[in-house]
Design a protein around this ligand. Structure first.
Ligand code: GLU
Length: 434
């Protein structure tokens, strides 16, 4: 049997780094074992799902290079199938209609609380023999009453749940629409998923999902629950810790490989190696070695990795990503020197592509303002009579780039080109006179 994994985001916001890490682990696991990676959009929550968010997820996956072999599948396209399985379960007696009204359920709960019992559905409609025409019914799964549900989690180890603590889950609402845990089960079954790698916020759903799968006569997949990502302060990672959206990292000038490298290490390690190419990740990643505990997000380390990638990637590769940033600034890279050549003389020092873009604009676009501090140096230098090469280089640099920092002046001058260099010197002279 081929190994099959899936990434199953709910499109209720942007693709965040936690989701991207889960997607990466599922993708790596499939790639490593020659398996199939599936993208499934869990969009049944019609109120919270948006088309915008679906696009953000697809865009994020593409930018990260996590290509899927099947999908995207949309749960909203699969309602007839869910209906079919519900009918099948009702017929088999593994599910039953429940007519309890809201008031009745509240009453049940109040009684249980008064008796100091854990509030749960007591299964009273399990044994109904007659339907109640005209009364709206939900459909509940007939969860096993005795025994245990054991999750042999690839990351968390063995987690045991008592079946008596899992009450009869609603699988269809009164309007017939399926509930979340049920759609996941049907999809994992139909898509023949062998490994479910997901956030550990779903661990409590797992015994319920396994029980439904068993009732459907299917062997549950293997599960691997990945721990949460925390902010540097130990709280669950969120916006207030800084950027959490994958596309924000693109906009902030990160290379996708740097983010992938950062995410693979966040929760997994191989000796003390820090830098992994995507091929190395595929070779070395092992879901069994994912850390059990939570991991803390460290923006400085991500920035450091990004710098390493900008420095060591081929200029052509960096140039491709840099072009995107330049076009966002309405700069046409064709209006100047070969962008890879420009990258080559800058890539040593930039931490982000945004920084890189800042320092290369002068190669592509004329300007008429100068850094105040840098420009006043011209006056000081002009006052010096015995002018040497070093003193000439700096004013020239300011004239050509508008700033006090640039790569070596000879190659910078060469790449900007004679016509522009002369025009800029004239312009700078005019500035000084003024
Ligand atoms: N749709 C769920 C989420 O976004 C994931 C469900 C799963 O992986 O089983 O959290």
């Amino acid at each position: 049997m081929t190994l099959r994994t899936r990434f199953a985001p709910s499109p209720t916001g942007y693709l965040h780094v936690g989701g991207a890490r889960t997607a990466l682990y599922s993708w790596l696991h499939a790639r490593k074992h020659g398996g199939t990676f599936i993208l499934r959009i869990e969009d049944t929550d019609l109120e919270r799902s948006t088309a915008e968010s679906v696009n953000a997820i697809l865009e994020g996956m593409t930018w990260l290079g996590l290509e899927y072999d099947e999908g995207p599948f949309y749960q909203t396209h699969r309602f007839p199938r869910y209906k079919e399985v519900i009918a099948q379960m009702l017929k088999a007696g593994t599910a039953y209609p429940c007519y309890c009204s809201k008031e009745e359920l509240e009453q049940m709960r109040a009684t249980q609380m008064a008796n100091k019992e854990k509030p749960r559905y007591d299964g009273r409609c399990r044994h109904l023999t007659q339907p109640r025409p005209g009364v709206p019914a939900v459909v509940r799964f007939k969860n096993p009453i005795d025994g245990e549900s054991v999750v042999d989690d690839l990351i968390k180890g063995r987690v045991v749940f008592k079946n008596s603590e899992l009450d009869d889950l609603i699988i269809a609402r009164t309007d017939g629409t399926p509930t979340y845990n049920f759609t996941v089960v049907v999809d994992d079954m139909d898509m023949k998923i062998t490994h479910v790698i997901r956030g550990d916020d779903h661990l409590n759903n797992t015994p319920r999902q396994m029980n439904i799968l068993k009732a459907l006569g299917v062997t549950p997949p293997q599960y691997a629950h990945v721990s949460m990502i925390m902010g540097p302060d130990g709280q669950k990672l969120s916006k207030r810790h800084g950027a959490v959206s994958v596309m924000q990292y693109r906009d902030d000038g990160f290379l996708p490989e740097a983010l992938l490298n950062y995410l693979v290490r966040l929760g997994w390690s191989h000796g003390d190696q820090e830098v992994f190419s995507v091929d190395q990740m595929i070779e070395l990643f092992d879901v069994n070695n994912v850390h059990r505990g939570a991991s803390a997000f460290n923006p400085e380390k991500l920035l450091w990795l990004n710098q390493q990638y900008i420095k060591t990637s081929s200029p052509e590769h960096v140039a491709r990503h840099l072009s995107w940033h330049l076009s966002k600034r309405d700069i046409d890279p064709a209006a100047g020197p070969d962008i890879a050549a420009v990258v080559k003389i800058h890539q040593e020092r930039a931490k982000t592509l945004v920084e890189l873009a800042d320092s290369v604009v002068c190669f592509y676009k004329d300007f008429n303002s100068y850094e105040e501090k840098a420009a006043t140096m011209l006056g000081a230098v002009a006052e010096q009579h015995g002018m040497n090469m070093g003193k000439l280089a700096q004013p020239l640099r300011v004239a050509l780039t508008g700033t006090a920092v640039s790569p070596p002046i000879d190659v910078t001058t060469h790449l900007i080109g004679k016509a522009r260099v002369l025009a800029r010197i004239d312009q700078a002279l005019g500035y000084i006179e003024k």
